[in-house]
Design a protein around this ligand. Structure first.
Ligand SMILES: *Cc1c(COP(=O)(O)O)cnc(C)c1O
Length: 340
């Protein structure tokens, strides 16, 4: 049975080209700086995205943590959205491991944080307060793309208030494809950017952190301390290289499939979708409260379809979902709902 897995783009498997590259990868001990495949990936990413340096990390969570710990010292603070992955979904790592305090602020409907609220949240230089060091944004956030003018304004705000500015760009490639701009056009507004290669871009493992030489040197030290320095990591980096070289443009198909899925769900009486929020590869659909989400999840699973639970459900399109899968999913969904 072909499984249709709409839970996340993290479920993508490496492509056959990636498996080939992994089998043939030139490797060395990356802790000695000797892995040619890791070095090639880092050099290529730094150059392509407009930074001095890059660091290959085991996950997006690790790349964000390294960025936070490299920008902020113990007792410092970073401003982020209430919905930010590096506040809400990373186990409180910045606080636990970095002694860094988050200052979360509301995300507006478009995913931005109001600039005036950021300004008001920056702490004055006073012994009562943590020192605000960093503004951290996320793009895409909940599948939404931050406006380019907002990025420029946020950069200016950070500069004027002597903050550094970080982008959790786990899905920045989706943002770039949706805006028809280069990833570097988005990265230019930030002091550091983390990018996941293991989501829509199909690498099996890994993220990249971008920044200047000083930041990346610090991040490398923290990565070692956190147990994230890997040895013959070129086996992974060689697949990650292909993620950047071969998978970015393909994301447009995922966005197209998300539009199709959202439209079909919205046509059903049982679901409603705010189409203005469907901008990349994610669809948030609210199930009529006559239905029990867990029950629907179970009956779909029995028919080979995997989805997340919740009255508002998140569906994610990716490389292993094609147009026929979307139609098949809708057909199975209708049959499951008709017997609930
Ligand atoms: C997935 C994700 C991360 C973390 O990536 P992992 O590789 O799962 O640790 C960070 N930020 C955002 C926005 C994400 O979607």
């Amino acid at each position: 049975m072909r499984i249709i897995d709409l839970r996340s783009d993290t479920v993508t498997k490496p492509t056959s080209a990636m498996r080939q590259a992994m089998a043939n990868a030139e490797v060395g001990d990356d802790v000695y700086g000797d892995d040619p495949s890791v070095n090639r990936l880092q050099d290529m990413a730094a150059e392509r995205f407009g930074f001095d340096a890059a660091l290959f990390t085991s996950s997006g969570t690790q790349a964000n943590l390294l960025a936070l710990m490299s920008h902020c010292d113990r007792g410092d603070e970073y401003i982020c959205g209430q919905q930010a992955h590096n506040y809400k979904f990373e186990g409180g790592g910045a606080a636990v491991l970095g002694s860094i305090q988050p200052q979360p602020l509301a995300n507006q409907a478009d995913g931005t944080i109001a600039l005036n609220e950021i300004v008001q949240a920056i702490k004055p230089d006073d012994i009562h307060f943590a020192q605000t060091r960093l503004l951290s944004l996320e793009n895409t956030i909940g599948g939404k793309v931050l406006p380019m003018e907002y990025l420029a304004q946020a950069q200016e705000l950070a500069f004027n208030h002597r903050l550094k500015i970080h982008l959790d760009g786990a899905r920045v490639a989706n943002a770039a494809v949706a805006k028809s701009v280069d990833i570097a056009d988005i990265c230019q507004y930030f002091d550091s950017v983390s990018i996941c290669l293991s989501k829509g871009l199909c690498a099996p493992v890994g993220s990249i952190l971008l920044g200047d030489e000083r930041l990346i040197a610090k991040a490398k030290r923290w990565r070692k301390m956190l147990g994230g320095a890997m040895r013959q990591a070129g086996v992974l980096a060689s697949a990650a290289q292909l993620a950047l070289e071969q998978q970015v443009e393909r994301l447009a198909e995922d966005h197209h499939h998300a539009q199709l899925l959202a439209t079909l769900l919205n046509e059903m009486d049982e679901f409603s979708v705010d189409m203005s929020q469907v901008q990349t590869n994610m669809v948030f659909a609210t199930l009529d409260d006559k239905f029990v989400p867990e029950q629907l999840v179970r009956s779909l699973k029995a028919k080979g379809v995997l989805i997340n639970s919740g009255q508002t459900m998140r569906f994610v399109t990716h490389a292993d979902i094609n147009e026929a899968d979307i139609h098949q999913f809708i057909a199975v969904l209708k049959s499951c709902l008709s017997v609930q």
